[in-house]
Ligand binder design. Structure first.
Ligand SMILES: *[C@@H]1O[C@H](CO)[C@@H](O)[C@H](O)[C@H]1NC(C)=O
Ligand SMILES: *[C@@H]1O[C@H](CO)[C@@H](O)[C@H](O)[C@H]1NC(C)=O
Ligand SMILES: *[C@@H]1O[C@H](CO)[C@@H](O)[C@H](O)[C@H]1NC(C)=O
Ligand SMILES: *[C@@H]1O[C@H](CO)[C@@H](O)[C@H](O)[C@H]1NC(C)=O
Ligand SMILES: *[C@@H]1O[C@H](CO)[C@@H](O)[C@H](O)[C@H]1NC(C)=O
Ligand SMILES: *[C@@H]1O[C@H](CO)[C@@H](O)[C@H](O)[C@H]1NC(C)=O
Ligand SMILES: *[C@@H]1O[C@H](CO)[C@@H](O)[C@H](O)[C@H]1NC(C)=O
Ligand SMILES: *[C@@H]1O[C@H](CO)[C@@H](O)[C@H](O)[C@H]1NC(C)=O
Ligand SMILES: *[C@@H]1O[C@H](CO)[C@@H](O)[C@H](O)[C@H]1NC(C)=O
Length: 258
């Protein structure tokens, strides 16, 4: 397959999905604490209102997913999905709650179908939706050390501060994957990952096998990927590439232009 030079900005493989649900803010808060659960049309909203988390239904699908979407964009656009492959159908009897130190989604039969999967024994764990689009699990609302964060587990959208890494101990690379289609967020045919062979470049692959696009290697001098010269024109993001004995990843942060 021919290499294509896809503009940097669509690298996120973001798919814009339009939802028709009108949702009320029943919950209001930005936190799911112990003994609280999110169910039905309840949502949590980040403190500045930029991101919302709750059940959503893509398009005309009859399946529901726990997702995060923009709070200030009229057409609901999901940026992160928890249970991508295992939808629920009845949101009133399904629950997202803190259980055994993890954020866990229970389906209609109270069977756990998605979890943050960390080993934690604390009973003061809370999940907070932050204004940068990060769902953070921490040991108490005041803790500053995240136990788990969605920005380090992106699904189909790379948000500023997000991390798509290569584990250098196992050579396993994390994937950002497109949706199957506009009504099914399960992993589709396109994926983005850091080269597991350690060449410091990202690939978009088709069906996890055919190379479709490459960023070219990271150049530490110019701080751009060699085949993405348009990164030079950027004045909004500060890019950096981190590589140590445990992991490699590229990340970017918004530069405040105040
Ligand atoms: C949660 O519920 C348990 C048992 O009902 C109670 O002991 C505990 O204090 C509650 N925790 C919070 C944070 O309210
Ligand atoms: C949903 O169904 C309606 C009515 O059948 C149709 O007009 C609309 O295009 C569908 N939306 C999507 C996203 O497929
Ligand atoms: C809940 O998940 C379990 C395990 O996947 C499954 O056996 C059960 O049928 C699910 N319940 C419903 C109502 O879908
Ligand atoms: C959690 O761990 C189980 C078993 O190791 C695995 O099957 C499941 O996919 C993991 N879930 C997530 C969200 O990583
Ligand atoms: C990684 O290297 C192996 C052996 O040289 C090669 O067969 C494979 O295609 C490479 N993988 C990628 C994604 O370039
Ligand atoms: C990971 O990849 C590097 C470079 O290709 C190789 O030297 C190393 O042996 C690999 N490690 C594992 C655990 O496969
Ligand atoms: C993707 O690759 C798998 C084998 O890894 C193959 O079975 C499947 O048919 C391929 N899908 C498409 C759409 O070609
Ligand atoms: C960009 O990031 C680098 C390294 O992380 C830092 O040294 C530099 O000050 C940052 N620049 C701006 C404008 O934020
Ligand atoms: C790599 O991981 C080890 C073990 O978790 C840790 O002690 C070390 O500080 C890590 N190195 C870096 C550069 O983060």
């Amino acid at each position: 397959m021919e290499k294509m030079n896809i503009p940097w900005l669509i690298l996120s493989l973001q798919i814009f999905i339009f939802f028709s649900l009108n949702r009320q803010l029943a919950f209001g808060a930005d936190t799911v604490s112990a003994n609280q659960s999110l169910s039905g049309t309840q949502t949590i909203v980040s403190s500045g209102g930029h991101f919302v988390l709750g059940f959503f239904k893509p398009g005309n699908s009859s399946n529901y997913y726990i997702g995060m979407w923009y709070g200030k964009v009229n057409q609901q656009t999901a940026v992160w999905v928890a249970n991508r492959e295992i939808p629920v159908h009845d949101i009133h009897s399904s629950e997202l709650k803190v259980s055994n130190g993890n954020l866990v989604l229970f389906n209609e039969s109270q069977v756990p179908i998605w979890s943050t999967n960390i080993s934690s024994s604390s009973n003061s764990v809370v999940a907070v939706l932050e204004d940068g689009g990060n769902l953070v699990l921490k040991d108490g609302p005041k803790s500053s050390t995240p136990l788990w964060q969605s920005l380090h587990h992106p699904t189909h959208t790379w948000l500023p501060g997000g991390k798509l890494s290569l584990n250098r101990r196992t050579n396993q690379s994390q994937l950002l994957t497109s949706w199957k289609n506009s009504e099914d967020p399960a992993p589709g045919l396109f994926s983005l990952e850091l080269d597991p062979n350690g060449t410091n470049q990202y690939f978009i692959q088709w069906n996890r096998s055919e190379q479709y696009w490459t960023s070219g290697a990271w150049d530490p001098q110019t701080r751009i990927f060699s085949l993405v010269p348009e990164m030079r024109l950027n004045e909004i993001y500060n890019y950096s590439y981190v590589s140590n004995e445990n992991e490699s990843y590229f990340t970017c942060f918004m530069i405040l232009l105040l």
